[in-house]
Design a binder for this molecule. Structure first.
Ligand SMILES: Cc1ncc(C[n+]2csc(CCOP(=O)(O)OP(=O)(O)O)c2C)c(N)n1
Length: 619
């Protein structure tokens, strides 16, 4: 680990430059969270200067800003493998380094984790202090206030650094962020700040004066009042790029032995001019040319773009169509609608739970809400789906983006679980499109449905494009795409249809013919079709980008068992029972044996020898 304790300000500033260069060099090659990481360089150096990552829990919220921490904790060389398969993870990961205290990838968990750590530290009687780094965007989620509520009561010692860059991924939404920036930019504050700073220059700089400066002088007109009312001490606002000031303030906060919020202001993307400031598209980037400072656009039309255009059309057609995103306007394609229909589409900040319940009430009032959330983040709103939507049978449409393997973000972001976690909920219909035409058809169906429903689609483009016509969606109806004179049937779901189709084509070259069914619905399933198909096809193979547990293989096996059909065998190519790591999607799939070439080999073996393949199921 790099020891920063004895470095003076000049040496630290030099180190900051090197960290930025390394981050820019690697992110421009591998992609990643550029601007959040560049903006947090001085904060992270100051954390390492004042605290000890070997003993103090360093807890990074979302942890997309922690690259400098990785570089300072023995991962300088390996950092070139950032986000690559087998390489350094883009988020903190305790199994990668003992200096990564906690897994993070989903936002706003940090203060809860720090409260837990603080309780344990108190019970063990140890001399350690949790340090949290959290952004202003992440301060919008409810979990933060659940943690602050307890923390303000018990007052466990901890330092919470609030990194305020006036940005979430996009412009931050809501009263909290408006409060932070309004208080800080008000004329009164700016004027007072100047006067107090002028007076302070004439006084000896001691802890006392620092405290008076921060606590008394500004409390009433800075966010201090909010946090102090919650029972926390507040220091700030401070310049988050002034390493000297940060070290001073973090030192004071540490010495206070109670919960302290240190409010620092930074510039997102600091040090790389093309990305500096409030540029949403620089938040998470694919590889780019750092000298030109331009991001390239992918050519294939993404499922998100198709979704966005279709929703636009529905919204144009019917003013009852409304919708929501939880802080992912461009990621979900809702940005276009926010702009065109600002009174009917909302960004509610990082608040998946609130997004779902508020749309449930809109459905009750006769509107047609579309809730666009990534598969991984919808996990946050599970109870709201069950309790507020499904139980009342309200026609909320869940548009589940980033379903399946998402690539370089890895374990925390894989869209692996939605089929399984939604399937058990009564009243909800669950289906999936396989390509552009069927996504449009799925949305027409969802729009007309008078009950809750959910459909999923992948990150990037669908795997098939224009190979098949698409019949309109009908409740629980599958589509037989290819018939075959054999006893083997591929059952594809969503983007799994593409994988099945590619595998089928490889087998065709070997004179092995297989039929292909697009299952379309996992709830309700097409029982009549499956009964019929079971008479002709005795070997079923499942292709779906979701986990096996509670997945489609299980659905079909249960169906066969309940129908007393015992001569059909089901093999599933869904995900085994493990968290799927990061890397390019194709590389990750290869590691799981899920590339069409590998699948064709497995199917070929089973069909030729009747022998099943080895499944590497964990635990
Ligand atoms: C539960 C959840 N929803 C959505 C996201 C996607 N997300 C990642 S970072 C981010 C914005 C975080 O903003 P902020 O905390 O201000 O950090 P900054 O990037 O500005 O430094 C969002 C919405 C997430 N990580 N977790």
């Amino acid at each position: 680990m790099t020891n920063l304790k004895n470095l003076d300000t000049g040496a630290l500033e030099e180190l900051g430059e090197k960290l930025r260069e390394r981050i820019l060099e690697v992110v421009s090659q591998n992609g990643g969270h550029l601007t959040s990481s560049l903006g947090a360089v001085e904060i992270i150096m100051a954390m390492h200067h004042v605290f000890d990552a070997a003993k103090d829990p360093f807890i990074f919220d979302v942890s997309h800003q922690a690259y400098a921490h990785k570089l300072l904790t023995g991962r300088w060389d390996e950092f070139s493998t950032l986000r690559q398969f087998g390489g350094v993870c883009g988020f903190t990961k305790p199994s990668e380094s003992k200096f990564d205290y906690f897994v993070a990838g989903h936002s706003s968990t940090s203060i809860s984790a720090a409260v837990g750590a603080a309780k344990a530290i108190a019970l063990k009687g140890e001399d350690r202090v949790p340090v949290v780094l959290i952004g202003d965007g992440s301060m919008t989620a409810g979990m933060v206030y659940e943690a602050l509520n307890e923390l303000g009561h018990h007052k466990y010692p901890m330092v919470i650094i609030l990194n305020d860059n006036e940005m979430s991924i996009a412009k931050p939404m809501g009263a909290i962020s408006a409060y932070l920036s309004k208080a800080l930019s008000s004329k009164t504050y700016q004027g007072l700040k100047k006067r107090v700073e002028g007076a302070l220059e004439k006084l000896p700089s001691s802890v006392d004066y620092m405290m008076r400066r921060f606590e008394r002088g500004f409390k009433l007109i800075t966010p201090g009042i909010l946090f102090e009312e919650l029972g926390l001490d507040y220091i700030g606002p401070a310049d988050g790029h002034d390493i000297k000031e940060l070290i001073e303030i973090f030192g004071i906060a540490k010495s206070m032995k109670k919960p302290v919020i240190v409010h620092v202001q930074t510039t997102k993307g600091k040090g790389y001019a093309p990305a500096e400031g409030k540029h949403e598209h620089w938040h998470g980037v694919a590889p780019f040319d750092k000298d030109k400072g331009e991001l390239s656009k992918s050519k294939a039309r993404s499922a998100t773009a198709i979704f966005s255009d279709k929703l636009f059309e529905l919204a144009q057609r019917d003013e009852k169509v409304v919708g929501v995103t939880a802080a992912m306007p461009s990621g979900t394609g809702i940005d276009k609608l926010l702009e065109a229909y600002p009174t009917r589409f909302w960004d509610v900040a990082i608040c998946e739970q609130h997004a779902v319940t508020s749309m449930a009430a809109m459905a009750k009032e006769g509107f047609k809400p579309f809730v666009a959330i990534y598969s991984t983040f919808l996990q946050r709103a599970y109870d709201q789906i069950v309790h507020d939507v499904a139980l009342q049978n309200l026609p909320v449409v869940f548009a589940i983006d980033r379903a399946g393997i998402v690539g370089e973000d890895g374990e925390t972001h894989q869209g692996a679980f939605d089929i399984s976690y939604l399937r058990s909920i009564p009243n909800i219909e669950i289906f999936a499109p396989r390509d552009e035409k069927s996504l449009i058809a799925a949305m027409d169906y969802a729009y007309g449905l008078d009950r809750p429903c959910a459909f999923r689609y992948p990150r990037g483009a669908f795997g098939v494009d224009g190979e098949f016509e698409s019949a309109p969606f009908e409740s629980g109806r599958s589509e037989l795409l290819i018939d075959a004179p054999s006893d083997a049937l591929f059952v594809g779901y969503g983007n799994g249809v593409a994988k099945a189709y590619k595998t089928l084509q490889i087998l065709k070259n070997e004179d092995i013919n297989v039929a292909l069914l697009d299952m379309r619905f996992v709830k309700p399933i097409d029982k009549d079709a499956f009964k019929e198909l079971s008479k002709r096809y005795k070997k079923w193979f499942v292709f779906s980008d979701g986990v096996k547990m509670g997945g489609i293989g299980e659905i079909l096996s249960l169906f066969l068992q309940e129908e007393g059909i015992s001569d059909v065998k089901v093999d599933s190519f869904e995900f085994d029972d493990l968290f799927i790591t990061h890397g390019k999607t194709a590389t990750v799939e290869e590691s799981l044996g899920l590339l069409p070439t590998q699948l064709a080999q497995k199917v070929g073996n089973i069909l030729k020898t009747g022998r099943r393949f080895e499944s590497p199921t964990a635990i």
